[in-house]
Design a protein around this ligand. Sequence first.
Ligand code: AMP
Length: 472
Amino acid sequence: MSEGAQKKQEKPRKFQAIRGTRDLLPSETVLWNHVEQTAHAVFGTFGFGEIRVPIFESTDLFARSIGAETDVVSKEMYTFGGFAEFSERVRGGRMEGMLSEMQPEEMVSLRPEATASVCRAYIEHGMQQLPQPVKLYYMGPMFRRERPQKGRYRQFYQIGAEVLGGSDAPAIDAEVIEMVMTFFDRLELQGVQLDINSIGHSADNCRRGYVEKLKAALDKVKDKLGPDSQRRIETNPLRVLDSKVKDEQDIIATLPRIADHLCEECAAHYAAVKHELEMRGVFFRENWRLVRGLDYYMRTTFEITAQGLGSQNAVCGGGRYDGLVELLGGPPTKGIGFAIGEDRLILSLQESGKEVASGEWRVASKERKGVASGRLGVDVYVAWMGERAHATAIRAAKDLRKAGFSVELPPVEQKFGKALGQADKLGAKYALILGDNEVSEGLWTLKTLADGSQAKFTEPDLLEHLRRQKAL
Ligand code: AMP
């Protein structure tokens, strides 16, 4: 077979989104934008400013902050770079005398989370010189090579916030939590459950002492635990408390609890955080099994779950991390923050049918037809016929868009019947009919598609009429 014939036979490859990644289509991005706008609005009222940090950073930044031995860093990061120039030159056969002059290029990773980047930026921009604390929030994609399933993706989105610097006053912890709860409340997220705990600080008279007692207790029941928990007794005993294995639950219930082993200061801080939450009317459940495996995490930890998510029901995780900025080369700095899983938040909203319920979600509900067609919220479909009407239609579309209306202007002439059919398919509210008569009279016909009624308007009257209708 000739090369040409072979090429003809080969079907072009059908590309698909990489496993664990997905497209968000217009029918969904309405809700995504609504969620993000609400975050901007709510976080703004709490005095938080938005920060945008890069999608990739030095691998070392994540290794240091998240911990080189964690699953996230050791198995799940997308890492690249290294000796790029080196390998290029080797391939080009230009080895001579270059090894001495070569600097290895730094390894970089796609960010698996953003707290480390925000702390890096705080240090890099000398934000400790600003009035403290500095309150920052972010939103955007994160990358972890996890096993994809419902609510777990390899590219997922987080909305998070950090409070850096200043004091570790319990009211700061409580206000950060109040802010997330206010955000969820504004979105009418259903089945929200806030769990809190204090994990003390990493001293002998506090968490370290507790972990020793925990380990001793775990050693005694080791044989009754599964292989994962057995391994964790050695690597990170606190993580055994995370276990979801059914047979282990009764055993875990008998283990020593951290609340009984907090030092005086940490116990007082925890009591004050709870009091501050109560004063803010924030309902919580104490969950002694809510822990973090890393040393710099301390005192307050919290997790929020919501309904409709199956096993991956955590929509937000957060906590205090007073040692992190220092660990990354900055001055000793207090810190607390959280990260919301935006994909899961949206999944939960969709499951509860929220997007078609109340007033705030009008865009999605009134325009359901439009949403299905992929055209969102078409206000006016301009049905035009004839060369003169074409020019008028272009001008009408420009003016209507300037006034904030969504306008669909067909690129080629259509018979009016067909145009109206198309307008209906797109879920448009109105058809603006422009033919020879309308143009010569200077009176434009507006058809309301819901009831089929028609009226004629001059251009200024038409704009006024549409404005008034929109305001209703
Ligand atoms: P973490 O940064 O691991 O504390 O996660 C904070 C939140 O991000 C979790 O509660 C989830 O809602 C969300 N999340 C973490 N990993 C994923 C993932 N692979 N896919 C979707 N959401 C995730």
